[in-house]
Design a protein around this ligand. Structure first.
Ligand code: CAA
Length: 382
């Protein structure tokens, strides 16, 4: 694996870094306070073509690889984890599966708008099925050349403003082999966007429920073969999980930076905190976790980009990076003492923002299950 970034990757990283510093950094605290990432922030990403990261140019995208996408997620997350997840979900599990699993007709119908202006969302979870995703209850019943969908979906990132929802519903018997994927447009009769969750962190990224009441859609809205939708969901989540790992990496680097800066400024016991070994050890542990996460994320993305299986590596990257981010943001507050506990310093927001990263797109427990199953089946350490 070559860890060097290409010229193009460096250019995109620097452009996004500049955008984040110049346009977003000064607003991130307000977005959190007001629980709203405004539309203009998405428009800025769209102007750079970032709504179509991996989608090929012929459908309006940039045709970038996953390594480039995760670099962008990391950069955005350094200033706003809320904007980063909005971007990551849209690209990884909202828009790209339509390219990867869609027919040319479906690509032409939905991708040009998704890569230029509108957001996509992913609707797998339900009130009674989260980790046990293949137990979902929403139904899609065939009626001539249409399907009629009924059920409830929740924990939908981007759902408040999304144009499309990639919805998973039961078309066959119980379990993973009876599920199909559907692309539903927001204004389809019977699709109602419900309440927006009042979350602990990632405020500004809207998380909603939707209800499906006799939503009637033509066959073209089914993505992939009937009853093979669960594999589409898990395959999309492989990419999504690498993205969440990158999001965690971005936030933990921001928290580390704040902790290092504060430790150098704050005086105690006759000198700066940074001269105290107990504090130095915390900073060293932060560096260890940042470096470890970076390597695991790059490896998982490289496996995907080179067409190799990446499920286990994605789970390892997500598990490691999100737990590392929890640790780093916790310790960043500790270095700040009481000041870390108040909103005047950004580490308070970072701490709240990372908490969900060990939960969404597969909990840490689910990542361990995926890793263990894979290691037992295909061998350890490969
Ligand atoms: N890619 C493609 N196919 C895969 C796959 C992958 N990564 N992993 C498994 N499959 C295939 C399997 O091979 C199997 O097919 P075959 O029988 O033909 O071999 C089929 O999918 C079913 O797999 P399992 O038997 O392993 O299914 P399971 O019911 O035991 O579930 C699980 C496995 C790992 C627990 C899965 O349910 C899971 O990942 N759960 C967590 C769900 C999750 O991450 N939810 C997050 C939702 S999104 C969100 O958080 C909000 C948002 O807005 C993004």
């Amino acid at each position: 694996m070559n860890l060097d970034l290409t010229e193009e990757q460096i250019q995109i990283r620097d452009t996004v870094r500049e955008l984040c510093q110049n346009e977003f950094a000064s607003h991130a605290e307000k977005w959190d306070r007001e629980d709203d990432v405004p539309r203009w922030a998405v428009d800025k990403l769209a102007e750079l073509g970032l709504l179509g990261m991996a989608v090929p140019e012929e459908f309006g995208g940039l045709g970038s690889d996953l390594r480039t996408t995760v670099i962008v997620i990391e950069e955005i997350a350094r200033v706003s984890a809320a904007l980063a997840i909005l971007f990551a979900v849209h690209n990884s599990v909202g828009a790209y599966p339509i390219y990867e699993f869609g027919t040319d007709e479906q690509r032409k119908r939905w991708l040009p708008r998704l890569t230029s202006t509108d957001m996509g969302a992913f609707s797998l979870s339900e009130p009674a099925s989260g980790s046990d995703a293949s137990a979902l209850l929403a139904t899609a019943v065939k009626d001539g050349d249409h399907y009629v969908l009924n059920g409830s979906k929740n924990w939908i990132t981007n759902g408040m403003h999304a144009w499309t929802f990639l919805v998973f519903a039961r078309t066959g018997g119980p379990g993973p082999k009876g599920i199909s994927a559907f692309i539903l447009e927001r204004d389809t009769p019977g699709l109602t966007v419900g309440k927006c969750e009042d979350k602990m962190g990632l405020r500004g990224s809207h998380t909603v429920t939707i209800s499906l009441d006799d939503v009637r859609v033509p066959e073209i809205c089914r993505l992939g073969p009937e009853n093979e939708g669960f594999k589409i969901a898990l395959s999309a989540l492989d990419k999504g999980r690498i993205g969440v790992a990158a999001q965690a990496l971005g936030v933990m680097q921001a928290a580390f930076g704040e902790a290092a800066r504060y430790a150098q400024q704050r005086q105690a016991f006759g000198g700066p905190l940074s001269k105290i070994q107990a504090v130095q050890f915390k900073l060293a542990e932060m560096e260890r976790r940042v470096q470890g996460a970076k390597l695991l994320i790059q490896k998982a993305a490289w496996l995907k980009d080179t067409g190799q299986p990446c499920t286990r590596a994605a789970a390892v990257a997500k598990l490691y990076a999100t737990e590392a981010a929890t640790w780093v943001t916790h310790q960043a507050i500790q270095v700040h003492g009481g000041y870390g506990y108040v909103k005047e310093y950004p580490v308070e927001r970072y701490y709240r923002d990372v908490r969900v990263m060990e939960i969404y797109e597969g909990t840490s427990e689910i990542q361990r299950l995926v890793i263990a199953r894979s290691a037992l089946k295909d061998g350890v350490g490969v």
